[in-house]
Design a protein around this ligand. Structure first.
Ligand code: BYE
Ligand code: ZN
Length: 480
């Protein structure tokens, strides 16, 4: 779109109203819409679906599940076509994370209902297939970092989570009813947001990595059932209701979360509060049959591990570049504590490495913290075809945050700035200075992890180093 002066203008909520004197001119620059269903086609499809539905209704008496499913697919596709919200994630359309979109886009009439419908469908499918036997091949795959999350849909992931809980004998050990576990898992699924990185898929991956590590390291014979339960359940809940903006943003933008938690780890506190909110519903309370002593132990354990999850980005940043760190105000204690915590935990683990004793309570605690950290940031331990899309999702979420920060005039974290970040160089630094030191330490205690997590991460380092070199070479040849 051009203005009268012939300058390209951005279509955004801030666009000035036009008039006869100051009109805008639209020009078609691309028109490859053959692959996208046109509105008329969609109407036609919808019409045929209605017709088919009434026919089937006459014959069968009720709408079969498959038909409702199809209907909801059409609905959701229609919603996607009509909404521009998704464009903000790819940077074509920048919203400021707040209300402007509402003015700009006609909201779907009953958005909540449709999301609800979609979830109910996942629930029905989950319950339907949960009684089916998961093959031995899949059960084995589930125990290794080679598992490919991208091949499974949400209902199937819920079944796989159920498999994890059952095969670690949590149901019998903690007296959990299957139905309650299913309600709990479904509620957890409902409380993850539809955002690029910190979504239900991420929750699944972290939980699956934890599950894999438990098997690979034979932790079942080294720790108690309750400790394993705490680790798996913390992994499952660790990013509940993540809004896609990190702690630094919460504090700078003075969000409700930062206000509620006095700027102290707002996100982690929130994830944890949501988790215990879910457990407060009797039909979801997988801890309800425990003694109050056991409940206290598990709640205490989970609260402890939430604060360990997710190395604060600033600790990463610190390692990426010391100059960049000085750009940030260091007054925020949360950053300091998180950074201190990362180094503190790793150093403590290093110091007990040679005398590690599985019967020592303190040693066990440090090990569990390390496992939690490793699981959360372990994407690069997966095959490249699985890992690389995760990095793209993360950068998408980061870039979106920095776009919002720029719009609001807030400080911008340099490692999230789309104008400053290079994917391969950020990731090589992250692997060199965060992943390898952390993973090597765990591998010293469990040498068998060498092939499962250390080798893939070394390959990833090579992959991104090559990519970095290739992009530098290209720069050198294109620049005069
Ligand atoms: C971290 C903190 C918060 C959220 F920009 C996510 F280079 C992460 F620093 N994770 N999780 C996995 C990661 C990864 N951060 C990075 N690489 C990962 O593989 C580095 C970042 C892209 C950046 Cl640490
Ligand atoms: Zn996470």
């Amino acid at each position: 779109m051009y203005n009268r002066e012939g300058t390209v203008v951005k279509i955004s909520p801030r666009l000035e109203a036009n008039s006869k004197e100051s009109y805008y001119r639209l020009e078609v620059v691309a028109s490859d819409l053959q692959t996208v269903a046109k509105s008329s086609e969609l109407d036609n499809m919808e019409h045929r679906l209605h017709h088919l539905e009434s026919k089937v209704n006459q014959d069968v008496g009720k709408t079969p599940d498959i038909m409702s499913e199809l209907k909801s697919h059409v609905e959701s596709f229609k919603r996607k076509l009509e909404s521009v919200e998704h464009l903000s994630w790819i940077g074509l359309f920048k919203d400021d994370g707040e209300q402007h979109l509402a003015k700009f886009t006609p909201k779907p009439k009953t958005p909540q209902l449709s999301v609800q419908e979609e979830r109910q469908q996942v629930r029905r499918k989950f319950l339907n297939i949960s009684s089916l036997q998961v093959t031995e091949d899949v059960r084995e795959l589930l125990k290794t970092p080679t598992f490919d999350n991208w091949q499974w849909e949400e209902a199937e992931m819920l079944v796989l989570l159920q498999v994890m809980y059952t095969s670690l004998d949590f149901l019998s050990a903690l007296n959990i009813e299957l139905e309650v576990l299913q309600n709990f898992l479904f509620e957890v699924y409902c409380h993850y947001n539809n955002i690029p990185f910190h979504n239900f898929q991420h929750c699944f991956c972290v939980t699956q990595m934890m599950y894999g590590l438990i098997w690979l390291t034979d932790l079942r014979n080294k720790l108690g059932r309750t400790d394993l339960f705490i680790m798996l359940t913390s992994a499952l809940c660790h990013d509940l209701d993540h809004p896609g903006y990190n702690n630094v943003y919460q504090i700078n933008a003075q969000t409700d979360l930062a206000l509620r938690y006095n700027d102290i780890s707002p996100l982690e506190n929130h994830h944890c509060a949501i988790a215990f909110g879910i457990l407060a519903k009797p039909e979801c309370n997988i801890l309800k049959n425990l003694s109050s002593e056991q409940y206290k132990h598990i709640r205490g354990g989970m609260i402890k591990y939430f604060s360990v999850f997710s190395i604060c980005c600033v600790s990463v940043l610190h390692l990426l570049s010391h100059e960049l760190l000085s750009l940030l105000s260091l007054g925020r204690c949360i950053l300091a504590t998180d950074m201190a915590r990362h180094n503190e935990i790793l150093n403590k683990f290093k110091s007990i490495q040679s005398v590690f004793d599985f019967t020592n309570k303190d040693h066990k605690e440090v090990l569990m913290k390390i496992m939690v950290k490793v699981s959360d940031i372990s994407n690069e331990a997966r095959p490249m075809a699985v890992a690389e899309p995760w990095l793209d999702c993360l950068l998408q979420e980061f870039f979106h945050q920095s776009d919002t920060e720029k719009q609001k005039g807030l400080p911008v974290s340099p490692f999230m700035d789309r104008d400053k970040v290079s994917k391969p160089s950020s990731q090589t630094n992250f692997i060199r200075f965060v992943l390898l030191p952390l993973f090597s330490e765990l591998t010293k205690l469990f040498p068998c992890l060498e092939q499962h997590i250390l080798e893939p991460v070394r390959r990833a380092l090579e992959y991104y180093s090559d990519m970095e070199k290739a992009s530098k070479d290209e720069e050198a040849t294109t620049k005069p």
